[in-house]
Design a binder for this molecule. Structure first.
Ligand code: NAD
Ligand code: UDP
Length: 323
């Protein structure tokens, strides 16, 4: 296989940095593009000396002009506290970012993959969620800037595909965790581990009976790359996530056990529109991509806890006050 020129937008972020690492290891010519809103250079600093890695500071809401063969479009704040900080900018990032990468893909005849989300299903009434489920999203709630932004991006991807023949791939990512999550992103795994390691109270929102399915980042990156590299014309959308479903209370208890922490669980108000349940139906990913996750939650959490023990919180800038 010849070397490909690959653009990863949002490449310095949590998922993006793992993806860049894998692509660099495979020998591709990788361009990582990021505005560093929710990330920092330290996530990719180990790649900076490599001849096949390049880092560009740029905002995807502005036009891009590069020559590439593949584009992974990951640029978008993903944690609720981050995407709600400037909701209008979040919507612009999803929609204008999609238009800009799609325009570029059309011009270069590049294949382009969109990092969509389980949030397109909103607070789902169908459980587990197959790709055919059209979702239950509140279009005017606090999560709408992200959910509807991602839904609009999917629309743009499929319209560019139908109208202009752009070679698209759409993956719907369910909650993913692992090393390089931002310690102040306010997401549940990073919050609980940070709190447990620093002897702070574990903040359980609501009664903790809401569920999520947690996918380890290496599994997710395998799935994303499989979809991009698939020779057949299969635009998706395809769910990528780990079907193991846990209540948030179970997660809190597991983090306390694995860290050996003396932290106590305290209750906080459940945020508006917080989905009550979430679990991917991954039948399609199994059939079409031959993909399913392999890392169990306990093992993935152990690896993530090791990472959180190895970093100094002073080295991180909280992107927003919402953590
Ligand atoms: P992240 O916040 O760590 O990464 C997002 C990256 O995009 C950051 O580096 C950020 O600085 C960059 N970015 C944000 N706005 C930008 C802009 N306007 N221009 C250029 N760069 C910009 O989050 P993540 O968890 O790595 O998420 C990556 C992608 O995967 C996102 O698109 C997210 O919506 C999607 N996703 C993630 C999850 C998950 O659980 N991690 C679940 C569903 C979907
Ligand atoms: N959550 C929690 N305590 C926290 C952070 C989050 O109980 O400190 C809950 C949150 O209300 C939600 C779940 O954990 O029910 C997952 O939250 P996260 O922000 O990680 O992701 P999302 O809601 O987007 O799936």
């Amino acid at each position: 296989m010849s070397v490909k020129r690959v653009l990863v937008t949002g490449g310095a972020g949590f998922v993006g940095s793992h993806l860049c690492e894998r692509l660099v290891e495979r020998g591709e010519d990788v361009i990582c593009l990021d505005n560093f809103f929710t990330s920092q250079k330290s996530n990719v600093v180990h790649l900076l000396g490599k001849p096949n890695f390049e880092l560009i500071r740029h905002d995807v809401t502005h036009a891009l002009w590069l020559e590439v063969d593949q584009i992974y479009n990951l640029a978008c704040p993903a944690a609720p506290g981050h995407y709600q900080y400037n909701p209008i900018k979040t919507m612009k990032t999803s929609v204008m970012g999609a238009i800009n990468v799609l325009g570029m893909a059309k011009r270069c005849r590049a294949r382009v993959l969109q990092a969509s989300t389980s949030e397109v299903y909103g607070d789902p009434e169908v459980h587990p969620q197959p790709e055919s489920y059209r979702g239950n999203v509140n279009p005017i709630g606090p999560r709408a800037c992200y959910d509807e932004g991602k839904r609009a991006a999917e629309t743009l991807f499929f319209d560019y595909h139908r109208a202009n023949g752009v070679d698209i791939r759409v993956v719907r990512i369910f909650n993913t965790y692992g090393p390089r999550m931002h310690p102040f992103d306010g997401r549940v795994v990073s919050n609980f581990i940070r709190q447990a390691l620093h002897g702070q109270d574990i903040t359980l929102f609501g009664d903790g009976s809401q569920t999520r399915s947690f996918c380890y980042v290496d599994d997710l990156v395998n799935g994303i790359m499989r979809h991009m590299d698939l020779d057949e014309n299969f635009p998706g959308p395809v769910n990528l996530g780990n079907p193991g479903e846990f209540t948030i209370r179970q997660l809190a208890e597991l983090v306390i056990e694995l860290t050996g922490s003396a932290s106590k669980i305290v209750h906080r108000e459940l945020p508006a529109d917080d989905p009550k349940q979430r679990r991917p139906d991954i039948t399609l990913a199994k059939e079409r991509l031959g993909w399913s996750p392999t890392v169990e939650l306990r093992e993935g959490l152990e690896r993530t806890i090791r990472y959180f023990k190895s970093v100094r919180l002073e080295d991180f800038r909280a992107p927003t006050p919402n953590h």
